[in-house]
Design a protein around this ligand. Structure first.
Ligand SMILES: C[S@@+](CC[C@H](N)C(=O)[O-])C[C@H]1O[C@@H](n2cnc3c(N)ncnc32)[C@H](O)[C@@H]1O
Length: 244
């Protein structure tokens, strides 16, 4: 992630949750993950890593269904917003299995991943049953490196599930208003390219499919700042398994 990207996410952290598009995209992504994950009894044993968790919208949605969530983000502002939610609900049992970690994750052996949120015990080289990441890929300069990191974070047999909007042609650029292009590395995810990235990172059983479609208002003219026309954006879910 670039410095421009980090500055942007720190600036946007406080207002992040008040964006209805962000909320809707998370709700739809959460549904897409649950419909592809194993039944509740198995899912309840999962330790999950949410890479680029932002303010923890997806982490907190998944938390009641899984054993633990390690929610990682490089932007201190995003992590502060998540920590305040966790603090505010310290008495709520459902959030006691979530840890917020401020890190630009590049190394599966990063010591900041070593603490189990459910027990607070530390085990160097801790691995996960599931890595999720939502609306992050289009900000990543080096996708192969990110997927190698995700692969390394998984236990044998563990699964990656990543959602982001698809590069479906020139209109994909309108996903972001022109004034909010800082840190945008690509206008959506290319199906064929992401499949090769996952395969080259070592994942098996790779699937790339449409997870959902979401309507979003876009600028009347590029750079006008006036939102008007509605565009339907397809979102991909990209999945792969780490071999045993
Ligand atoms: C568009 S935001 C999405 C946040 C959240 N997933 C959501 O949907 O609300 C992308 C986030 O990814 C984070 N990010 C990007 N690369 C990262 C990395 N290598 N490690 C940790 N966080 C990263 C950024 O700091 C930013 O908060």
């Amino acid at each position: 992630m670039t410095t421009a990207s980090n500055a942007r996410f720190n600036a946007e952290a406080l207002s992040w949750d008040s964006n209805p598009d962000v909320q809707l995209a998370t709700t739809l992504a959460h549904k897409a993950y649950l419909s592809r994950l194993p039944p509740a009894a198995t899912l309840a044993t999962y330790n999950v890593l949410d890479l680029g968790c932002g303010t923890g919208l997806l982490s907190l949605a998944l938390a009641p269904s899984v054993r633990s969530v390690t929610a990682v983000d490089a932007a201190e502002g995003m992590i502060a917003a998540l920590e305040s939610k966790l603090g505010a609900s310290a008495s709520s049992k459902s959030n006691r299995n979530v840890s917020a970690v401020c890190a630009l994750l590049q190394d599966p052996d990063d010591a900041r991943l070593a603490t189990d949120p459910a027990t607070a015990t530390t085990k160097p080289g801790r691995r996960f049953d599931l890595v999720v990441s939502h609306l992050v890929l289009h900000h990543i300069p080096d996708l192969p490196a990110l997927f190698r990191t995700m692969h390394g974070c998984l236990a044998p047999g563990g699964r990656v599930m990543v959602t982001d909007f698809e590069d479906f042609g020139p209109a994909a650029r309108t996903f972001h208003p022109e004034a909010r292009m800082a840190g945008v590395e690509r206008h959506g995810i290319d199906r064929a390219q992401i499949r090769s990235v996952l395969e080259e990172a070592g994942f098996g059983d790779v699937k790339v499919e449409t997870a959902f479609e979401m309507e979003k208002k876009v600028e009347t003219e590029p750079g006008s700042g006036v939102m008007g026309p509605v565009v339907m954006f397809p979102f991909l879910i990209c999945e792969g398994t780490r071999g045993g």
